[in-house]
Design a binder for this molecule. Structure first.
Ligand code: HEM
Length: 511
């Protein structure tokens, strides 16, 4: 009696069978979704609900939680009713290889940056993705970019100039320098210089133009949150939802300001007599047949993907150098002993005289992967059998890059420690570590297109190392840095991409 009176009236009148049927359907659906991956272990709640993943995303530590799940339950652990996680390099190759029958998951659709226009990174339609990749690939190799090195150098010079003119401290006058923010300015100016032959001027103005850095945190959060809840993702990635959201955005602030500015740059280019004439990334896209709308969406992707990842890599590496006096001293000694004019491009031969710097850069990318998103792929229709276990078709498989970069058999027992010396080893061991490290770029047909630009092999030294090397050499050669607050050196949160801020240092002149 009491129970009946506390139930909704629909349950106690004539509609009771309908409600019971609905309840039975829900229980059956839950049971079925639990059953399909019940032979994979994982956290208890993750077997029944996506809220486990949502909670980890909101906790801003998903990248580490997924690694811990693998440590506890083994590889191919279950992290949601329809999701597994892997840190096994063979599995990663299997899913992304050129002829793999795995596909991208719907999560990628959340990377749409303009309503109704997909970019390479948001395309879930495989043939469309392959076609678009072919159009833009040449622009990303850097081979069609005139004066690539000098464009990077211009920005390094600008960065050094900013520190020299505004942020040099003395014993009596401390001028805190937020390296996190300035590295972001540097990479945004560099990528816009490479894309449009004209940097946007964050460094010159020393200003967060369009409030990008101020607002990026909650914007990352919205994207990753909806990516962790499939039904929400399906709604927000529909064209009408995209149009609706665009209406509420202020084009002078945050991501919308980046979109507006990039679109203006692209429109200006298409308004010229010969839009494909300039030898920069945009010129290359146009020469390879891209339309104006497609060009805008690809340029926005290049600006966001190309700036944030690289800035994170530079910040993290710098933080680990500055907080490890032994490494800092050894590196500075190596740089001082090398006759490289500050800010200039080092030759292949010179690069070989800087083995420790290369080790530091590799170890920096290993200890804090520049991006730690899940990049989930989907098992083929008929399913797949991996190491004797059947993965039903449609299962999403996420990547734990941290598991790849913390593999003890490959990197040694001290995987949690920043120790560049591990890279100075025999060729065989180095090859194994490099194979794992290379996974920071993804693999095969989905691999990062900016890799060549960022880490292009110039035999021994890569262009990423070049990009990076020149900046690190210049910074460490010219200045001494001291973390201002060693107990809170920076604020770092992970939303797949990193949100790193407040990395205040005291910079003093060395020469
Ligand atoms: C340290 C720097 C960087 C890292 C670690 C990195 C990593 C990645 C990863 C892991 C992916 C996704 C792979 C997958 O879907 O499985 C990706 C995609 C992509 N990255 Fe990067 N990236 C970096 C820098 C850059 C730069 C500098 C640019 C542009 C100039 C760039 C442009 C792209 C593009 C366009 C894609 C989409 C490729 C596709 O969808 O086919 N990235 N990157």
């Amino acid at each position: 009696m009491l129970l009946e009176s506390s139930l909704p009236s629909a349950l106690v009148d004539g509609q009771r069978p309908v409600w019971l049927l609905l309840l039975a359907a829900i229980i059956y659906w839950q049971w079925r979704s639990y059953r399909q991956l019940s032979h994979f272990k994982g956290p208890f709640w993750a077997r029944f609900t996506n809220l486990w993943m949502y909670q980890k995303v909101s906790g801003k530590t998903q990248y580490r939680d997924l690694y811990n799940v693998i440590l506890q339950y083994g590889d191919l652990a279950r992290i949601a009713p329809n999701q597994l996680v892997t840190g096994d390099i063979d599995m990663l190759h299997r899913m992304s290889a050129a002829r793999s029958n795995y596909t991208r998951s719907q999560i990628y659709a959340g990377n749409t940056l303009m309503p109704e226009t997909h970019n390479t990174f948001s395309m879930v339609d495989e043939p469309a993705h392959t076609k678009r990749r072919a159009v833009i690939a040449a622009g990303y190799t850097g081979k069609e970019t005139e004066e690539l090195e000098s464009k990077v150098n211009q920005q390094i010079a600008q960065f050094l100039n900013l520190i020299r003119t505004k942020y040099i401290s003395t014993d009596t006058d401390v001028r805190p320098l937020d390296l996190a923010r300035k590295c972001g300015y540097f990479t945004l100016d560099t990528i816009t210089n490479l894309s449009f032959s004209s940097p946007w001027g964050f460094l010159v103005e020393d200003k967060d133009l369009g409030n990008w850095f101020a607002l990026v945190g909650w914007q990352f959060k919205i994207v990753t949150t909806m990516q962790s809840i499939p039904w929400l993702l399906n709604i927000v990635t529909t064209p009408w939802a995209g149009r609706l959201m665009a209406k509420f955005q202020d084009p002078s602030r945050g991501a919308a300001s980046l979109v507006a500015r990039t679109t203006q740059n692209v429109q200006a280019r298409f308004a010229t007599k010969n839009p494909g004439e300039k030898m920069d990334m945009m010129g290359s896209f146009i020469r390879h047949g891209i339309t104006e709308t497609e060009a805008a969406s690809e340029a926005i992707l290049a600006v966001i993907a190309g700036s944030d990842t690289t800035a994170s890599a530079i910040r993290s590496t710098l933080l680990y150098i500055l907080t490890n006096p032994r490494v800092y001293r050894k590196l500075q000694d190596e740089i001082d002993a090398t006759a490289v004019p500050s800010g200039s491009i080092i030759s292949d031969a010179q690069s070989k005289t800087l083995p420790y710097l290369q080790a530091v850069i590799r170890e920096g990318a290993r200890i804090v992967p520049p991006t730690a998103a899940t990049f989930a792929k989907v098992a083929p229709k008929g399913g797949d059998t991996v190491n004797g276990r059947f993965i039903p078709g449609g299962t999403q498989i996420c990547i734990s890059i941290l598991a790849v970069l913390r593999e003890k058999q490959v990197f040694g027992e001290d995987v949690e420690m920043f120790r560049p010396e591990r890279w100075i080893t025999d060729a065989e061991r180095f090859k194994g570590m490099e194979k794992n490290l290379n996974m920071i770029w993804g693999y095969g047909r989905y691999q990062c297109l900016g890799k060549d630009l960022a880490w292009m092999e110039l035999r021994f030294i890569s262009r990423y190392v070049l990009f990076f090397t020149c900046l690190l050499i210049s910074l460490l050669k010219n200045f001494d840095f001291q973390i201002i607050n060693p107990s809170h050196p920076w604020k770092s949160e992970n939303y797949g991409l990193w949100l790193q801020k407040n990395m205040f240092v005291k910079a003093t002149l060395r020469r």
